[in-house]
Write a protein that binds this ligand. Structure first.
Ligand code: 7RM
Length: 652
């Protein structure tokens, strides 16, 4: 995909926002963007304080930023309750009876929660958590399907100052255990199950399995999404409680107490270059300011918009652009429980038409799947309510961009290709839809206050069209504060390449106009369907199987997923290779991590290519799966025969 990017990189036509869009947009000219950008870089504290003031604070801060690299404190001395900005404020600003969430379940039922109703539910559930003895800073895990209750659970935690850690519902019991152990959670909020592609995902059963290994958990609160006929669950006395039973006993009134701006808001686990996921910690005031402001300017959220982000709340996109940012903006949003292809590939377009969605935010991998499914699906729907489109998660290939622009956007909607990370909390590089000229494949220009640059190994800024490391040179409000429980890893991972500068882990270049072209990860992290996956995590799952002696995992280009997973496996002595064994290993990885991590291809290798000091040379394996041959330097290779053997296998 990167080669396609570079091919189109200079010749590709440029799209300018239509006048009809710019006219009503918050930022309507490049002159306005440039002026505001310059001001925001010269005086970041002034720019961000102005945005933060639009949120609800119980006590104003005394200082916008306290920066002792690599530790930032934003809005020092300020006190707020994040939930007040997302919910309570709308009860008195005219939005009380406005739809906050319009939810559609996969089987087809629909439910609307106004801001007033959302407030009631959140308060009631906050009281449920309090009754269970949950205190500020206690960690609460959330493992739920895409239902309003997932958002309610997050907001209820925020309201009482507890730190939520949402785990994607597609993750396995083992993944839950690792994260529970790392954050030492006191409670889990889950559901009996969730609907996915016509089936039921047994979430509570997965929690039960995890809790066989992690015994110190005190409370499990179970929301009944499915019902006992299709999803029976076992409730352990003294530990497991039904959401509806506890809520019925709880008051729907709760006064929101203010917490320090730097009070922890959530931990979200993401993949890094070791087998152990990193618990990214975000705090209240800065995070909310970042997600609020980016929604306002990048999605240009207006009061009559119907916004839909198709991400899962288990990912950062769901945190920032379903729960916190949109609600702080008081927008109406659609939330959908299920798969894009259930009952067929028309489902998303069906939802857009039914609820008259005006802003739509999805991932390139989904777009590619829609292209493959055929144009008949979007063509059968009226998509004229759409006015703005967005993408996130990976570079978008020009073919997908153009299809999205034509078939979904009707050539009238600007596309915002938004670059950001779990760590950055909010969008960092993106067009502003009313002014930025866009081009398929580039996330264009940095957002206000974001000092993005591309540096070479020596720390010099790269020239136009020269590839280097993407960095952020100044702190920003929604930046991660640390890796939970591991300050050293925080410093080593993000702040070690250049003093005082954040390294994103992505390769990129800028063109002559200053547009950023992101080329992909520089570390051992894959991007499978827009989801981060460490090669080391998959390797450790594989060697956890009794027949596996050693394994090496690399990414390969994949038509739909962007990147696929290829595993090279060396079996223990005496174990015979077979297709059945390959299948078993794939399923094993699915069981240990989750379905997204299942290798697309498994090669049995009598030995792996190694350096003389015993390091696996993944670079060679990558080249092998991409090109079928090795061209680069192999002089450090300990045994060249290994490559010849593998090459023969891959050709087959
Ligand atoms: C939001 C999210 C982060 C990684 C990041 C990149 C890649 C994300 C884009 C992108 C090119 C984009 N958080 N990435 N967005 N690459 N263009 N618009 O995805 O923590 O899960 O992943 O995703 O490699 O470092 S994440």
């Amino acid at each position: 995909m990167s080669s396609e990017n570079s091919k189109n990189f200079s010749e590709e036509s440029i799209f300018k926002p239509a006048k009809a869009f710019s006219k009503n947009a918050r930022i309507s000219s490049m002159a306005q963007y440039k002026r505001m950008y310059q001001e925001s870089i010269d005086k970041p504290g002034v720019f961000w304080a102005k945005e933060a003031k639009e949120l609800s604070w119980q006590k104003k801060w005394t200082k916008a930023l306290d920066w002792k690299a690599p530790y930032a404190k934003w809005f020092v001395g300020g006190k707020l309750n994040v939930c007040e900005s997302c919910v309570d404020q709308h009860l008195t600003n005219g939005r009380a009876n406005k739809a906050a969430i319009i939810w559609e379940g996969e089987p087809g039922e629909s439910r609307t929660l106004t801001y007033r109703q959302l407030h009631r539910e959140v308060c009631q559930f906050a009281n449920v958590l309090l009754a269970q003895g949950i205190k500020p800073k206690d960690r609460v895990m959330i493992y739920m399907p895409m239902t309003p209750e997932a958002v309610i659970a997050m907001l209820a935690c925020a309201r009482i100052g507890a730190v939520h850690s949402v785990i994607f519902g597609g993750f396995s019991a083992d993944s839950i255990v690792d994260r529970l152990e790392d954050c030492q959670a006191k409670a889990i909020i889950t559901s009996d199950g969730g609907y996915r592609r016509g089936g039921v995902v047994p979430l509570k059963a997965n929690v039960d399995e995890a809790l066989k290994k992690y015994k110190s958990l005190e409370t499990v609160i179970v929301h009944q999404r499915i019902g006992s006929a299709s999803c029976p669950v076992k409730m352990k006395r003294g530990r497991d409680l039904w959401w509806h039973e506890e809520a019925a006993k709880a008051s729907p009134q709760h006064e929101a107490k203010a917490f320090d701006s730097e009070h922890p808001l959530f931990i979200l686990y993401t993949s890094g270059s070791t087998g152990k996921p990193k618990g990214i910690l975000h705090t209240c005031g800065g995070y909310l300011t970042g997600t609020y402001a980016t929604c306002k300017y990048i999605f240009d959220m207006q009061d009559d918009d119907v916004y839909w982000c198709t991400a899962d709340v288990g990912w950062i996109t769901g945190h920032s652009y379903i729960t916190y940012g949109p609600l702080a903006n008081g927008v109406t949003q659609v939330m959908y429980e299920g798969a894009p292809n259930f009952p067929d590939f028309g489902r998303f377009w069906d939802i857009v038409e039914k609820y008259q969605v005006s802003i739509f935010y999805t991932a390139p991998t989904a777009i590619r799947a829609f292209i493959k499914a055929g144009d008949q699906f979007p063509e059968a729907r009226d998509l004229s309510s759409l006015r703005l489109l967005g993408t996130v998660g990976e570079p978008i290939n020009p073919e997908a961009w153009r299809w999205y622009h034509e078939k979904i956007g009707g050539e009238r909607c600007p596309i915002v290709d938004t670059w950001w990370q779990t760590e950055t909390g909010a969008i960092m590089i993106s067009p502003l839809p009313g002014c930025t000229p866009t081009q398929p494949g580039t996330a264009t220009l940095p957002f206000f206050g974001v000092d993005a640059a591309i540096l070479d190994e020596t720390g010099q800024e790269c020239k136009a069209n020269e590839g280097g490391k993407l960095v952020i040179r100044k702190p920003w409000p929604s930046m991660l504060r640390t890796i939970y429980g591991d300050k050293k890893r925080y410093r080593d991972t993000y702040w070690n390449d250049y003093p005082g500068i954040y390294t994103a882990g992505d390769g990129a270049r800028t063109d002559k106009k200053g547009n950023f072209w992101i080329t992909g990860r520089l570390d051992d992290v894959l991007n499978v369907s827009g989801h981060r996956l460490g090669t080391a995590e998959v390797e450790s799952a594989l060697v956890g199987h009794k027949v596996v002696a050693e394994s090496a995992v690399v990414g390969c280009p994949h038509e739909i997923k962007g990147q696929g997973v290829v595993a090279f496996v060396t079996l223990k002595a005496g174990i015979k290779t077979s297709d059945a064994l390959a299948k078993e290993l794939r399923n094993h990885v699915g069981k240990v991590i989750g379905a997204i991590a299942k290798p697309d291809e498994i090669y049995f290798a009598p030995a792996l290519p190694k350096t003389r000091s015993g390091k696996i040379m993944r670079r060679l394996l990558k080249e092998l799966v991409e090109k079928g041959t090795i061209s680069g330097n192999v002089t450090t290779l300990e045994d060249a025969q290994v490559i010849t053997d593998l090459q023969r296998q891959i050709k087959k």
